[in-house]
Design a protein around this ligand. Structure first.
Ligand code: HEM
Length: 517
């Protein structure tokens, strides 16, 4: 056989295989009966187009596709999306129901050793269980003075701008605030990004740049794999600054871990008051856990766990608070009502006391709803056949009411965009309207709040995030008169999906002018 014949045979064979696979996906695939565009069923390039070429748009395209194809659609060759909040509890089932995560989607995150990246139900449970007491409400209450100290520092920084009559980039300083809180909470050390406003701005910008690469990581994981496999002096000039920051975060997590290992080996105990977990840091919690096997305690895994906890704990609380303040300042009557309610409690009110305030709680719920939490599809995989029958919340309303069997092993998701804009539960969904969360009807809406996820994989940092939101929002509203500066609603609008919501690329963040009260 000549080389030409070999090439021709190989080309013919691969063409034949491609056609056979296309036919399988269209007609013989276990989800071939699910409606949707033929291209999405045929190839992941369809998703790639709306993820990367039309940047961060697939989540919006999916909403459009539902209008044409109904409340259940096939969004990639393997995956289903459902636009029906009546099905939320089935997809994001409670923690005792076996649901796996979808490995393909986790490629975006690049922290395989973290709790959030454990695809298998049992592996996830093993990782999450030792962490849970550290992130419990009791332990967050114990660490509340640390959060309060950061809130005071935040207020002092903003006060300086009041004196100098200069604008504050709230997005930057809130990023520094939540980064410090997350680092100090996880590592039990004193991180102080808030002390340096310029550094805060740079870190937030780098973090944005890292997020902008996240959709490419999912489609082409070999690109960051390749970069990371090279010696740093070669790869560093090619890396986006956010990836360099991430690698530095791994190094920081590793050095924190080494300190903990040293203290553990020497039997030295902490001189800090230890609180309900009896553990000083998250690493100590994991290392002392008797039921975790040694490989779960390896340095490589733990540095990824530490880095993920800081990353997850930084972006989202900062984003929610920026969104909340932008809407409060666009709606002065809501701001005044909130301040009036806050003035009914002493300035020293604790987080648990602030939680009793209905209007503050409603403002935070509404801000979290419009933050959309994790905006990417967070698919879950059931081990049993699921049956989807459109509920009264299905979008569009199904005229046939036809049921669909979803075979075991199929990734299924309902995005936070679908859930938070469901008109049957959130009428006029893009309006900032805290009133909708008030009273018993308002409380009933909480089961549709997806900002923190739902079920066994719900946000681990939920209580810490709530403490930050209550304490920071209350302090800022009570301490300052504020107006937006060169900022409008478009600076907090959900325009691109990069795992979290992003506004127009030209946005500089939420900026305000302040007067100290
Ligand atoms: C407003 C603030 C926050 C929001 C909106 C938020 C949102 C979310 C969401 C939606 C998930 C589920 C992701 C999924 O299903 O794949 C999640 C998971 C997680 N979050 Fe948060 N989060 C916030 C704050 C925090 C904080 C402060 C921390 C820790 C310091 C944290 C740590 C985590 C971790 C470790 C997970 C993975 C849990 C697991 O897989 O078991 N989050 N978060």
């Amino acid at each position: 056989m000549t080389i030409l014949q070999i090439v021709e045979t190989a080309a013919a064979a691969s063409l034949l295989l491609t056609v056979a696979e296309a036919v399988r996906r269209l007609y013989f695939h276990p989800i071939a009966h699910i409606p949707g565009p033929r291209l999405a069923a045929l190839t992941w390039w369809y998703e790639f187009y709306f993820d990367v070429i039309k940047p961060g748009q697939y989540v919006f395209k999916i909403q459009e596709l539902h209008k044409k194809y109904g409340p259940i659609i096939r969004v990639t060759p393997d995956e289903i999306h459902i636009n029906d909040v009546g099905f939320l509890d089935t997809v994001y089932a409670p923690s005792m129901v076996r649901r796996d995560k979808y490995a393909y989607q986790l490629r975006a995150l690049r922290v395989p050793g973290s709790v959030t990246a454990a695809t298998d139900f049992d592996a996830h449970k093993k990782r999450r269980e030792p962490l849970s007491p550290f992130f419990s409400k009791r332990n967050v209450v114990h660490l509340e003075p640390m959060v309060n100290q950061k809130v005071r520092q935040l207020c002092q920084l903003i006060s300086k701008h009041a004196v100098n009559e200069t604008p504050v980039n709230l997005s930057d300083v809130l990023f520094a605030f939540s980064n410090d809180v997350a680092s100090n909470f996880v590592f039990a050390h004193q991180s102080d990004v808030l002390a340096d406003e310029e550094r805060s701005a740079t870190l937030r910008q780098h973090s944005n740049e890292l997020l902008l690469g996240i959709n490419i990581n999912k489609h082409f994981p070999w690109i960051p794999d390749f970069l990371e496999s090279l010696p740093l002096f070669i790869s560093k000039p090619m890396m986006p600054p956010g990836l360099i920051d991430l690698l530095e975060l791994f190094v920081k997590a590793r050095s924190e871990l080494m300190e903990v290992l040293k203290a553990k080996a020497s039997g030295k105990s902490s001189d800090m008051p230890l609180g309900p977990t009896g553990k000083e840091s998250v690493f100590r919690t994991i290392l002392d856990n008797p039921s975790l096997p040694p490989f779960e305690k390896s340095v490589l895994r733990l540095e990824q766990e530490g880095a993920l906890l800081v990353l997850a704990g930084t972006e989202s609380p900062a984003k929610s608070l920026s969104i909340i303040f932008c809407h409060l300042l666009l709606n002065p009557s809501i701001f005044s009502k909130l301040r009036a309610e806050l003035n009914t409690v002493p300035e020293t009110a604790t987080w648990v006391e602030l939680e009793q305030l209905p209007y503050l709680s409603a403002v935070l719920e509404e801000g979290n709803r419009l933050s959309f939490g994790v905006t990417a599809r967070m698919a879950r995989i059931a081990h049993e056949t699921l049956t989807y029958t459109p509920s009264s919340h299905a979008v569009p309303q199904s005229s046939t009411g036809k049921s669909y069997a979803i075979p075991p092993g199929t990734p299924v998701s309902i995005t936070s965009l679908s859930a938070h804009t469901a008109e049957t539960v959130f009428p006029d969904p893009f309006k900032f309207n805290p009133e909708r969360w008030l009273g018993s009807e308002g409380r009933g809406l909480r089961k549709y709040q997806m900002a923190f996820g739902k079920g066994g994989r719900k946000c681990l940092g939920f209580e810490l995030a709530r403490a930050e939101l209550y304490l920071a929002a209350a302090a800022l509203v009570r301490s300052f008169d504020m107006t937006l500066w060169e900022t409008d609603e478009s600076d907090v609008a959900f325009v691109h999906d990069y795992q979290i919501s992003m506004p127009n690329f030209s946005s500089k963040g939420v900026r305000i002018m302040v007067k100290k009260l």
